[in-house]
Design a protein around this ligand. Structure first.
Ligand code: UDP
Length: 249
């Protein structure tokens, strides 16, 4: 069978032309990279699990009125999504100090923040996604002031929703990354919607009782039991396929 036209291949996903104008198919791969692609590998079954986990979170967000690119899951590795113009910002929300923030400021991982932080990075692999101030994003014309207000407000609402979702299944949401895009809605209005994915690739998720890491840090830091961590998140969210992953990988 002839494949659809491939439009873009990233580190963890492939985008194909969708069945209708304004749509795309987002395909989730098992490939994993870290440290700006200096470390490469594969996490068996990750694509399937991230597809299911991201579907769970995006559909939940839609129910609380956050517009997203998600239309429907097509199969175990693919979703039908709305085509957007991606805003070149990685929007990072932090509840607990970890990763690059811990390193940059010399603070131990694990300090709970008094208030959540929304951080912006310029989405540019060649530059290693550098941290930028909101003023950079505005002055360089990447977003308007109104768009930035919307993005920040949405990011905090996503955080509230996800903190509760994960707390309910015994997981601490440490931090995560979001991407947003511009989309022309049914009324011909340009709106900002949530795009990309939300999964253990893009979040830090710690078990509340043991503080065990259940996310991509297991791959980045060679902690072992990487596949198991992704499966555990899917299992707790109630989206692990019945009969196990072997049938669908
Ligand atoms: N993150 C991501 N993609 C990136 C950079 C970060 O999904 O290109 C996620 C990462 O998994 C973590 C959060 O954003 O949940 C904050 O990442 P951080 O800035 O600490 O960078 P890292 O330590 O991952 O390099």
């Amino acid at each position: 069978m002839a494949r659809r036209r491939k439009l873009y291949e990233g580190k963890a996903k492939i985008l194909y032309e969708g069945p209708k104008p304004g749509t795309l198919i987002q395909y989730f791969k098992d490939d994993a990279t870290a440290f700006n692609a200096q470390k490469k590998g594969s996490i068996s079954g990750k694509g399937v699990l991230n597809n299911l986990i991201s579907e769970r979170i995006f559909t939940g967000l839609e129910t609380i009125g956050i517009p997203t690119h998600f239309i429907k899951r097509e199969n175990m590795r693919e979703q039908l999504i709305k085509k957007v113009e991606i805003i070149p910002l990685e929007v990072i929300v932090r509840n607990v100090v970890a990763g690059s923030m811990a390193k940059r400021l010399g603070i131990d991982e694990g300090m709970v923040l008094d208030r959540s932080i929304v951080e912006l990075s310029y989405k540019n692999d060649d530059l290693g996604d550098p941290l930028v101030a909101p003023e950079h994003a505005l002055s360089l014309g990447w977003v308007t002031e109104e768009e930035l207000d919307q993005i920040t407000g949405m990011a905090l609402r996503v955080n509230d929703f996800m903190c509760g979702l994960f707390y309910g299944v015994g997981i601490l949401l440490v931090d995560f990354k979001l991407e947003f895009g511009r989309y022309i809605d049914g009324d011909g209005e340009e709106v900002i919607i949530l795009a990309d994915e939300i999964s253990p690739d893009t979040c830090r998720l710690w078990d509340l009782k043991t503080m065990e890491k259940l996310d991509k840090d297991r791959f980045r830091r060679d902690l072992g039991r990487v596949e198991e961590a992704y499966q555990e998140i899917a299992r707790r969210l109630g989206v692990l396929p019945k009969g196990g992953l072997e049938v669908v990988k």
